[in-house]
Write a protein that binds this ligand. Structure first.
Ligand SMILES: C[S@@+](CC[C@H](N)C(=O)[O-])C[C@H]1O[C@@H](n2cnc3c(N)ncnc32)[C@H](O)[C@@H]1O
Length: 283
């Protein structure tokens, strides 16, 4: 199989895990809907939603599950926000993938692109709410400050962000390979912006070799104890940083954490995860 076809297949498989009519549906994955339930138990988040008035503009940086916008509109409507304009940015061509998976296109303005830099499309201070729902776990940690600074840039001064992420707890018990050595064994030089085995592979057969050696492995990269899980069967990387360093990164990006919820879950690969849902205000 060509690398392009492999990547397309991996992207489709990744989204299929969030589609309940798919054979690959993984009901235990955290979605925006589950995060909104956590936020609705937080006094500060309920107050922030109630203060919005009847209308809100929202940006979702990294979208995935087709039902997310419906869940968001429902939650906003419960909080008295009858009208919500929602923009969703994702690197993936989600409408095309939904179409291939037989899913209707959600009622949201999709932008395909890099949510770390929306300066060509979105002015400063235009959104009441910015949402990152586990996007930090899909993004190389070296890019996390950029994503968060961009969230801060497009938020109104009295807006707020709802940022959810999983920390590295579950992976600490597992054998860990240094990313540099693990990849060099397969002829690949490690770079901190790789997002999966597809990025590292030079051909379909090289991808098969990388998969045989590294699928399901835990890799260590970065100075702050960041860990990478090579997720089967796609070989996409999931990135986990210690929670303290994520909070520090968010502070440096210009956010103050007003409140957060921490809960323990098990992900589809059997990893125990500490999931954080954080309500942030721009400083
Ligand atoms: C873990 S998924 C989000 C799942 C989410 N919890 C849900 O309910 O659907 C993260 C999403 O962020 C997207 N993503 C990662 N890096 C991105 C970037 N730099 N810009 C835009 N989207 C990005 C991925 O393509 C993926 O669809």
């Amino acid at each position: 199989m060509s690398l392009g076809t492999l990547t397309e297949h991996a992207d489709e498989l990744f989204v299929a895990k969030y589609v309940n009519s798919s054979a690959h549906f993984a009901p235990d994955l955290p979605t925006l809907e589950s995060s909104l339930r956590s936020f609705s138990r937080m006094d500060e988040a309920r107050e922030a939603l109630a203060a919005l008035g009847g209308r809100a503009s929202c940006l979702i940086q990294g979208y995935t599950a087709p039902q997310n916008v419906e869940a968001l509109r429902r939650r906003l409507s419960e909080a008295g926000v009858a009208r919500a304009d929602v923009v969703a940015v994702d690197l993936l061509d989600l409408p095309r993938i939904y179409d291939r998976l037989g899913v209707g296109i959600p009622d949201v303005d999709f932008l395909q692109g890099d949510a770390c830099d929306l300066s060509a499309l979105i002015a400063d201070a235009v959104f009441d709410i910015v949402i990152q729902d586990f996007t930090l776990n899909c993004l190389p940690p070296v890019l996390a400050p950029k994503l968060s600074r961009e969230a801060q840039r497009v938020l109104k001064a009295d807006g707020f962000a709802m940022v959810s992420f999983t920390d590295a707890t579950g992976l600490r018990e597992r054998p860990v390979l240094p990313a540099t050595n693990a990849l060099l064994r397969h002829g690949v030089e490690w770079t901190s912006t790789l997002t999966g085995l597809m990025d590292a592979a030079e051909s379909g057969s090289h991808f098969d070799e990388l998969s045989a050696g590294l699928m399901g492995a835990t890799l260590a990269a970065g100075a702050r104890g960041e860990l990478i899980f090579v997720t089967p069967p796609s070989g996409r990387f999931e990135f986990f940083a210690p929670a303290d360093s994520t909070f520090e990164m968010l502070r440096h990006a210009g956010f103050h954490c007003v409140a957060f919820d921490r809960s323990i879950g098990i992900d589809p690969a059997g990893l125990q995860c500490a999931r954080y849902r954080c309500l942030l205000r721009p400083i």
